[in-house]
Design a protein around this ligand. Structure first.
Ligand code: AMP
Length: 418
């Protein structure tokens, strides 16, 4: 193969019909659910100044240390393709001085340089919400419920919702000291990375997948054992809210999430059917992030759901054999104008319509209609024009009949099955 490769870059995907349409339907469903809870869409750039991510995700996070697609532009600016949605959304809220509280959602691609495997790509879709300026634990519960409602709407049945609290700055400091001491006593059982983490960010050891590390932290002090009364009350409120929504959840003491900006509530959605990359999505509170960006002290919570993994976990509905598409067929050159006009009229009536201008023969046009998986053909010939009718053929049943020209739109619509 030449250098102009005919294969896509490693870790990227093509979405061709009908997969592209299935993906779009899932995005639409998310938009609908988010808007039903008062969220409005925010669209931010696909790349940001690198500092935006370093500052928020955390200098020691895996994303920042290993996975960012960073580059210098022609004016030597340090830029990065967004590895996640929250930092850009927060930057945009402050830059555009949005009035708080505000609820925002986003849909779009993210980029991470990691080893591709099933459910892990270098470009992938995320769907997220951010509720800014709301401190109540019931907001946490509503956000968590919204994410699970999205997975349920796709027909995913094996999604488990895990929740935890990692506390505020104060509880985190006392916990961190205790955890450090515990880890130092077991330093020789930890992997290279985790040894460095003891000093830099000991909480991250809970995320390590290395077996000896997992074993070593089995009895480690958990964040929840160090919650102050106010954080305890907040977490109790979250759980009470989840109970009211009727959401089944599991409290996971080790769920700390991989990003630095979280505090108090953390949560994750897990699917047993996904294999190694089993996280469908996750999120948490980030009450300090806006202030760290130079904004006002603002409580906030959000999640990011993985679109690719959601679609892997969701059952694939059998595709309807025919599309809601009408194919207008002309018999002789003399009827091409009428065919064009009819297609325009159908489109104006909200009916997708297509004409094959290339095939001179009817047979060729019918073949095109079949390739396009059209639901029906509307045939126009000299006889039809003279009589003021169309011949309408249902391609699913093969049945053909004459239809008066003024009722054609209603007749075609009646043939659409989805
Ligand atoms: P994170 O904030 O890293 O937990 O990401 C949120 C969600 O995005 C994850 O639960 C996944 O569903 C999805 N996700 C993250 N990284 C990838 C990736 N490399 N490929 C596909 N999906 C991903």
């Amino acid at each position: 193969m030449s250098d102009l490769k005919q294969s896509r870059p490693k870790g990227t995907q093509d979405f061709v019909p009908p997969d592209s349409e299935r993906r779009r339907r899932a995005e639409d469903r998310f938009r609908h659910l988010a808007e039903a809870c008062g969220y409005r869409e925010i669209i931010t750039p696909t790349f940001e100044h690198t500092a935006v991510f370093v500052k928020s995700s955390g200098e020691t996070s895996d994303i920042v240390t290993k996975e960012m697609y960073s580059f210098k532009d022609r004016a030597e600016r340090d830029l990065t393709l967004r590895p996640e949605g929250t930092p850009g959304a927060v930057r945009a809220v402050l830059e555009n001085r949005l009035r708080l509280p505000c609820r925002l959602y986003y849909v779009g691609p993210c980029f991470r340089y990691s080893r591709p495997q099933k459910g892990r790509y270098r470009e992938f879709g995320q769907l997220g919400v951010e509720a800014l300026g709301e401190a109540s634990p019931f907001v946490d519960a509503e956000v968590i419920f919204l994410g699970s409602a999205f997975f349920a709407s796709l027909g995913i049945r094996d999604c488990t919702t895990q929740v935890n609290s990692i506390g505020c700055r104060e509880c985190r400091t006392t916990h961190r000291d205790a955890l450090r001491k515990y880890l130092l006593d077991r330093k020789d059982q930890l992997c290279e990375d985790c040894r460095l983490r003891i000093d830099r960010n000991p909480l991250r050891v809970f995320d390590c997948k290395v077996e000896t590390c997992r074993h070593a932290v089995a009895g480690a002090p958990t964040p929840r054992q160090y919650l102050c009364p106010s954080c305890q009350a907040h977490f109790a409120g979250v759980l009470a809210g989840l109970d009211r929504h009727g959401l089944h959840y599991v409290v996971n003491d080790r769920l700390v999430r991989g990003l630095d900006y979280y505090n108090r509530t953390t949560f994750e959605y897990i699917s047993a059917s996904l294999g190694a990359q089993d996280s469908l999505g996750g999120g948490g509170r980030y009450d300090y992030l806006l202030e760290e960006f130079g904004g006002p002290d603002t409580p906030a919570i959000g999640f990011a759901l993985g679109l690719d993994r959601a679609l892997l976990a969701a059952p694939v509905a059998p595709a309807p054999p025919r599309r809601s598409l009408a194919f207008v067929v002309w018999l002789t050159e003399a009827e091409t104008g009428a065919a064009e006009k009819l297609a325009d009229r159908l489109r104006a009536d909200g009916i997708p319509a297509q004409v094959d201008y290339d095939s001179r023969k009817v047979k060729g046009q019918f073949r095109s209609a079949d390739a396009a998986q059209a639901a029906c053909c509307i045939v126009i010939g000299p006889d039809e024009l003279a009589k003021g009718v169309y011949s309408l053929k249902d391609l699913a049943t093969g049945e053909q009949r004459e239809v008066p020209s003024d009722t054609i739109s209603a007749e075609v619509r009646a043939l659409f099955r989805d």
